[in-house]
Design a protein around this ligand. Structure first.
Ligand code: IMP
Length: 194
């Protein structure tokens, strides 16, 4: 079975290829499938945006498709930046802007969560969504150099996400949780030989 992933992000592709290979599922990028769509992500929820991306690719390939959308929701900012996480500020200024907007907010009110929704469209275009959530808090300064985006200010336990190795982060992250739900679904529906 082949699934087209609605992304050209090499890290996401490598991760998905590795995870789903044992199920006999081949993940190919939208580029490898000959698709170059880049739809406007104007949904109000992560699920809406993931489905917008998945449908745009599905219309071109008529093969099973997965697409994901993620972001950071901060309680003291009424859930912002949320679906606007990528547009909140340029990549290297996101943490600073978030820390600035939380100035004066005490530790106990700095709760937040990372969210990922993965949309899966099957061969016939039927929709399935899988949500992963990682709760944490926003620290008072950047710590750590791994990862990307808001990792240096997102605190889980004693460490920020930027202080974790990729494997440590995958084991607890929103994206890891959503991928494990998708894996369980695909395993039950499509495992080779079943
Ligand atoms: P995407 O939908 O996975 O591309 O994520 C959208 C934006 O949310 C990214 O550009 C990051 O700013 C932020 N984001 C999502 N996941 C993470 C994460 O695991 N760490 C840090 N930032 C993240």
């Amino acid at each position: 079975m082949k699934i087209v992933m609605a992304t050209n992000n090499q890290n996401k592709l490598r991760e998905a290829k590795e995870i789903f290979a044992p199920l006999g599922i081949e993940i190919i990028s939208q580029k490898e499938a000959g698709v170059s769509v880049d739809p406007e992500e104007n949904g109000l929820t992560f699920a809406e945006n993931a489905l917008i991306k998945a449908h745009a690719v599905y219309e071109c390939v008529k093969l099973p498709v997965i697409a994901d959308d993620s972001g950071l929701c901060v309680d003291a900012l009424d859930g912002a930046p949320g679906v606007y996480s990528a547009r909140y500020a340029p990549e290297n200024e996101r943490c600073e802007k978030l820390l600035h907007n939380l100035e004066g907010v005490p530790a106990e009110k700095r709760t937040a969560k990372f969210v990922t929704v993965i949309a899966f469209l099957d061969q016939n275009g039927n929709e399935f969504t899988f949500e992963g959530i990682c709760p944490g808090t926003i620290g008072f300064e950047k710590r750590g150099t791994n990862g990307f985006g808001y990792d240096p200010v997102f605190v889980y336990g004693e460490k920020t996400f930027a202080q974790l190795s990729a494997d440590e982060k995958n084991a607890i992250s929103h994206r890891g949780a959503a991928l494990r739900k998708l894996y369980a679904y695909l395993q039950s529906e499509y495992q080779e030989g079943e």
